[in-house]
Ligand binder design. Structure first.
Ligand code: HEM
Length: 434
């Protein structure tokens, strides 16, 4: 036990870092030593070693990662253009939720197709109707990619013991994972083909265009700038971005059900500071301390990616007096960091006021790290933060979030499904138009 410990995961020893200080010391202060990823057989069977989230570090991979980050930024992440687009998608989601007419519904697909449409706008330069069958199929495939209730446990086991893939019921789960991933890849391949046909090199309008143009600047045998990498890059952006953001929004709604007084106070804050007629925008954030504190507390209390993604050391390195040898698997226990009693008073309590100072101002915390920190931290952090803010503000402004009257209990807030992503059990909610 302690902030640095070694734990046996399957057949491997993995170093687990469990406080903000040690995670920061490792992933930020010793960034270069921790920027690689281990080879995971199950993942490689899906990605052929390409993509953005799982490849080990090399200077050439660093280039493609950096290209992706700056392209996503250049396309407007953190700037007004993408904010406007997300705001439009949020309003479209509200319209879709309006059609439910307050009927208790599991809203995961409506929220999920809206979240996926944000990524579609950036990657494909277009969005899809909520009821488009091919789009719904690929959004479901994104959800099932890591969190299918029937297979995710088997998948986690196969990550630890790859040989299990040859034995039932793991064999079936392995095939299922390949099939689901293939659905995502097929959808994305079709989009790439259309982009190749219609490419205007003078006016790249999305990530695929930018990648195709960049590819032409590299030799045909470049190890990373080729079509296969493009295919797996965009698949990773969808898989990493859809379920995580949707899950966070679903936790937000559960919190609103458990704390109706807080919901009313946040609604009043939005009404007083923005008003009924004005669309919520990131520019309003300084006037919304309660709302921002709520989001930050959700990101702390319900850590979506509990153990982050594994890192691999590239050399021997000393952290707080412990020697971690080269080629050691290392993981950040983000959930433990968010529940550290030395940092958070009464960490198991959901309390938004820990993020508000005595003058009523919001306190931005660098110790809430749901997106990880350092060289392999989340590529979609800025995008996800804007999405959560705008989607939630639009929902709260338009609807009162109420429990399903037919259900005896509220959906649990302190329990859920645990795999790579910690998501709530399936639940229905009634969104009563205000
Ligand atoms: C609430 C939403 C999200 C959460 C909580 C989240 C969390 C994370 C975490 C914990 C990591 C691993 C960090 C590490 O290894 O140290 C990660 C990596 C990543 N995320 Fe996210 N993420 C979210 C949304 C998104 C979105 C919207 C996108 C893309 C549009 C995205 C793309 C990625 C990618 C590509 C990586 C791999 C980065 C690398 O290996 O260099 N994520 N995310």
């Amino acid at each position: 036990f302690g902030p640095i410990m070694s734990v046996r995961f399957g057949s491997d020893d993995v170093v687990v870092l469990s406080t903000y200080d040690v995670i920061h010391e490792a992933f930020v202060k010793n960034m270069a030593a921790f920027q690689s990823r281990p080879h995971i057989l199950l993942v490689n069977a899906l990605t052929e070693g390409y993509g953005l989230a799982f490849p080990p570090y090399s200077p050439e991979f660093g280039q493609v990662r950096q290209f992706s980050l700056s392209t996503l930024r250049g396309l407007g992440i953190g700037k007004r253009s993408i904010e406007t687009r997300i705001s439009e998608i949020a309003q479209d989601m509200v319209k879709e939720l309006d059609t439910l007419d307050g009927k208790p519904t599991n809203v995961k697909m409506i929220v999920g197709t809206s979240v996926a449409n944000v990524i579609c706008s950036i990657v494909f330069g277009k969005s899809f109707e909520h009821n488009d069958p091919a789009f719904r199929k690929v959004v479901k495939a994104n959800f099932n990619s890591w969190s299918d209730p029937k297979h995710s446990g088997n998948k986690s086991m196969m990550m630890l013991f790859p040989f299990l893939r040859h034995i039932q019921p793991f064999k079936e789960s392995f095939k299922y994972s390949l099939d689901v991933h293939q659905d995502i890849v097929d959808f994305n391949r079709k989009e790439i083909e259309e982009h190749i046909e219609n490419l205007d090199e003078n006016e790249p309008s999305d990530y695929i265009d930018a990648f195709l143009i960049e590819m032409k600047k590299h030799s045909p045998d470049d190890p990373w700038f080729h079509e296969k990498q493009l295919l797996h890059s965009i698949s990773d952006l969808f898989i990493a971005g859809t379920e995580t953001t949707t899950t966070t929004l679903l936790w937000c709604m559960i919190a609103m059900l458990h704390y109706p007084d807080l919901q009313a106070r946040i609604y009043n804050e939005l009404m007083q500071e923005i008003g009924e007629q004005v669309l919520p925008s990131v520019d309003h954030r300084d006037k919304l301390p309660l709302f921002r504190a709520f989001i930050q507390e959700i990101l702390r209390y319900k850590t979506t990616v509990i153990l982050g993604i594994q890192h691999l050391t590239t050399k021997d390195v000393d952290i707080k007096g412990y020697r971690i040898p080269k080629d050691t698997k290392v993981t950040a226990n983000i959930d433990a960091c968010h529940s550290d009693p030395n940092v958070w008073k009464d960490p198991s309590k959901f309390d938004i006021h820990r993020h508000i100072d005595k003058d009523g101002k919001f306190i931005l915390s660098r110790k809430v790290i749901p997106f990880g920190i350092g060289a392999r931290s989340c590529l979609g952090e800025k995008l996800a933060r804007i999405e959560i803010y705008l989607f939630l503000a639009n929902i709260i402004k338009r609807f009162e979030i109420l429990p399903d009257p037919k259900s005896e209990h509220l959906p649990p807030f302190d329990d859920g499904l645990s795999g790579l992503i910690h998501s709530p059990f399936s639940y229905k909610v009634s969104l009563k138009p205000r």
